[in-house]
Design a protein around this ligand. Structure first.
Ligand code: HEC
Length: 136
């Protein structure tokens, strides 16, 4: 009887030690937060902007195809697709579409596409563009 009681106890205390060690390990690498305002592409912070503000309509991988209102289907906004569908597509056009809701030809996009001017900072817009650049 006693022997069998011992087994789960040993397992429990081993598990507890394992967790403790993982938490306190001095060698654990702490990644600093992504630098704010740093120059250069920052697709990883752009991914969080994308997930928070765009994915609900444009889909997890930015392929679009989601019905966002009656008769309104979100477009594919992966960089590779935008360039293929609307050549020559540029960063400036993408930034304008995001900030001001204007299509490539200058016409207003469907009002279901939010106008992000004043809602996203300049660096958030740059970051989300950097992230879209990684999608093809
Ligand atoms: C509430 C839904 C919704 C959200 C949220 C949303 N969009 Fe859109 N977006 C749309 C719709 C709908 C269109 C299509 C408008 C049209 O075709 O006239 C669009 C169009 C676009 C276009 C233009 C594509 C083209 O073909 O010219 C870009 C770029 C874009 N969205 C980027 C974004 C980004 C980046 C975010 C997040 C910061 C975002 N959208 C968030 C609904 C949304």
């Amino acid at each position: 009887m006693l022997r069998w009681f011992g087994v789960p106890l040993v397992v429990l205390s081993l598990t507890a030690c394992g967790w403790g060690a993982a938490r306190q390990s001095p060698g654990a690498v702490q990644f600093p937060p992504a630098p704010r305002g740093a120059s250069g592409p920052n697709p990883s912070s752009g991914m969080s902007v994308y997930e928070a503000d765009c994915a609900s309509c444009h889909g997890a991988g930015a392929q679009g195809g989601i019905q966002v209102a009656d008769g309104v289907i979100s477009p594919d906004i992966r960089w590779g697709k935008l360039r293929q569908l609307h050549p020559p597509y540029t960063d400036a056009l993408l930034r304008r579409a995001i900030l001001d809701g204007l299509a490539q030809n200058g016409q207003p996009l469907d009002p279901n596409m939010p106008r992000w001017q004043g809602r996203l900072s300049a660096s958030q817009v740059t970051a989300v563009i950097d992230y879209l650049h990684t999608l093809h």
